[in-house]
Ligand binder design. Structure first.
Ligand code: AMP
Length: 257
């Protein structure tokens, strides 16, 4: 696996590699876990070049404390991505992605408003913008995202349609621990007691009913539990456990795809 540090390097390497071959990015913020690896494996199974991006995108954090607390370990991430079959690790510097004077943003207006958008102002503007920048740099035919962030997938798919990007967004089923908790880079921030409390989140969602889910979450600090009319529709929730905020969802109409 080759590590690419600059936009120029990424363009040059991928252009040489492309020539009729399929390029598939897996956008991540690092602190990789088995959920990320499932995305990399899916990309590996259908792309010629798998590009894992490692970029803790400041533009999608509305809370400095959240950004500061986010776990970082590039060496470990690089080893895991390489082992899972990535060909390239794209790990650019924030200063190159957002140079002085940067002022152009992608706003997927309606889909960015509810759920996460209501609690994290500007979050999806940051997500959509970084995804468009990554797609412009990598020029992929396919891109891989986790169903765990269902609203993110809806936002990115809408952007792809609205801006006529020539690529397909793949959604990969949520990978969970034995207690049902969805894997997340933030789970390492939970104490043992918080971890036990957090396991109520998947149990609540498994009811597939907002009222029943609220009852299961009784005593936790709940931001929302709502049915979201995405494709496919989901029951989505966000809770705060101590100072860690966790999100999850289950598909309502069919098996996860
Ligand atoms: P992040 O590094 O948290 O931005 O996540 C990068 C990608 O991995 C996103 O598309 C997430 O939806 C996806 N992802 C995160 N956690 C999981 C999980 N437990 N199972 C599957 N995909 C996941």
């Amino acid at each position: 696996m080759r590590t690419l540090r600059t936009i120029g390097e990424a363009r040059q390497e991928l252009q040489a590699f492309r020539r009729g071959r399929t390029v598939g990015p897996v956008p991540t913020m690092g602190a990789l876990h088995a959920g990320h690896l499932a995305l990399i494996e899916a990309a590996r199974s259908e792309c010629d070049a798998v590009v894992v991006s490692l970029f803790l995108n400041p533009a999608q954090f509305d809370d400095d404390a959240d950004l500061d607390a986010y776990p970082r370990d590039e060496e470990r991430d690089a080893a895991m991505a390489g082992e899972a079959g990535a060909d390239f690790l794209f790990a650019p510097d924030p200063g190159e992605i957002y140079p002085p004077g940067f002022q152009t943003w992608v706003d997927v207006e309606e889909l960015s408003r509810g759920l996460e958008g209501a609690y994290r102002p500007g979050h999806f503007r940051g997500v959509a913008t970084i995804c468009l920048k990554l797609f412009n740099i990598v020029r992929p035919q396919l891109a891989y995202f986790g169903q765990k962030d269902a609203q993110q997938i809806a936002v990115v798919r809408r952007m792809v349609r609205d801006l006529n990007l020539d690529l397909t967004v793949r959604s990969i089923a949520t990978v969970r621990d034995a207690d049902g908790l969805a894997l997340s880079s933030r789970n390492v921030l939970l104490s043992a007691a918080e971890r036990t409390a957090a396991a109520a989140l998947p149990r609540a969602l498994a009811t597939r009913d907002p009222e029943a889910a609220r009852a299961v979450l009784d005593g936790l600090d709940v931001d929302y539990v709502e049915i979201a009319d995405f494709d496919p529709p989901v029951l989505a929730a966000a809770v705060r456990v101590g100072s860690t905020r966790l999100i999850d969802n289950v598909i309502l109409e069919e098996e996860e795809r």
